[in-house]
Design a protein around this ligand. Structure first.
Ligand code: C5J
Length: 241
């Protein structure tokens, strides 16, 4: 047995793809695709991201890759989770320390061009139409940067026997990396799709990718979308007999 094989969990492994720091192996039935915060507030002009002075076109560039991975994942019948950074209308879940930072003329909860900024139910808080959730998919509203803080996500994943998480979305070094770290600490084996994530700061994205797979995969694995899509496309479910 190679060192890599010894590190892979002995449960059902059906797909193995080239990744950093070594091959990522998973079974679609025990895995979820987690798409972080591909909501209008971050990706479209007039939202929270733009209000902070960021160029949202950088984030728009990953939409086709995210669509391709989502399509392949759905075709394989895997669980899909979409998250939104979203606060309650009364902002009772938004700490003043968070609200008071950022752009003073357009804070969380203020009325912006796409409704109230980062508030659940507002137009800007919706997932972009290109990646719209289907009725059978999980949508998690999260008040923090991480997808596990103050959400039922861990319980939902545990209830479905999920052990592996594949991440895409925005922004790489903020909500994506925070969510991956939270997942890693809860025992999930996590993969980040390198070209399915983006930052307003390209250097931060590259640094986050390195931080994730450094030190033998201290947070998890990273790989481009192509081998993941190819692995899903050629996957034949194992028979139980
Ligand atoms: C940020 C996020 N960047 N979804 N949120 O504030 O990464």
């Amino acid at each position: 047995m190679t060192e890599t094989e010894a590190l892979v969990r002995p449960d059902r492994i059906e797909i193995e793809i080239d990744a950093q720091p070594f091959a990522y192996a998973f079974s679609p039935a025990a895995s979820a695709l987690v798409i972080i915060d591909m909501q209008r507030d971050f990706v479209e002009p007039g939202g929270f991201g733009a209000s902070l002075g960021n160029d949202v076109s950088l984030l728009q560039a990953i939409i086709p890759t995210c669509q391709a991975v989502l399509q392949a994942w759905r075709a394989a019948g895997g669980l899909v989770v979409h998250t939104r950074e979203a606060h309650k209308a009364d902002l009772s879940d938004c700490p003043p320390a968070k609200r008071l930072r950022g752009n003073p003329s357009l804070r969380i909860g203020d009325q912006g061009p796409m409704g109230r900024v980062l508030v659940a139910g507002e137009p800007g808080n919706q997932i972009i139409p290109e990646l719209a959730p289907r009725p059978n998919e999980i949508v998690v509203d999260k008040p923090g940067k991480g997808a596990f803080y103050a959400t039922p996500l861990h319980a939902m994943l545990q209830g479905q026997g999920i052990t592996h998480l594949v991440f895409m979305g925005v922004t790489t070094e903020v909500c994506v990396q925070t969510s991956m770290r939270e997942a890693n600490d809860r025992g999930y084996d996590c993969l980040l799709v390198e070209d399915g994530t983006e930052s307003y700061f390209p250097a931060f994205k590259q640094a986050a990718i390195k931080m994730i797979h450094a030190q033998g995969g201290i947070v998890g694995w990273t790989a481009p979308a192509a081998p993941l899509i190819a692995g899903l496309a050629s996957w034949q479910p194992l028979s139980d007999t």
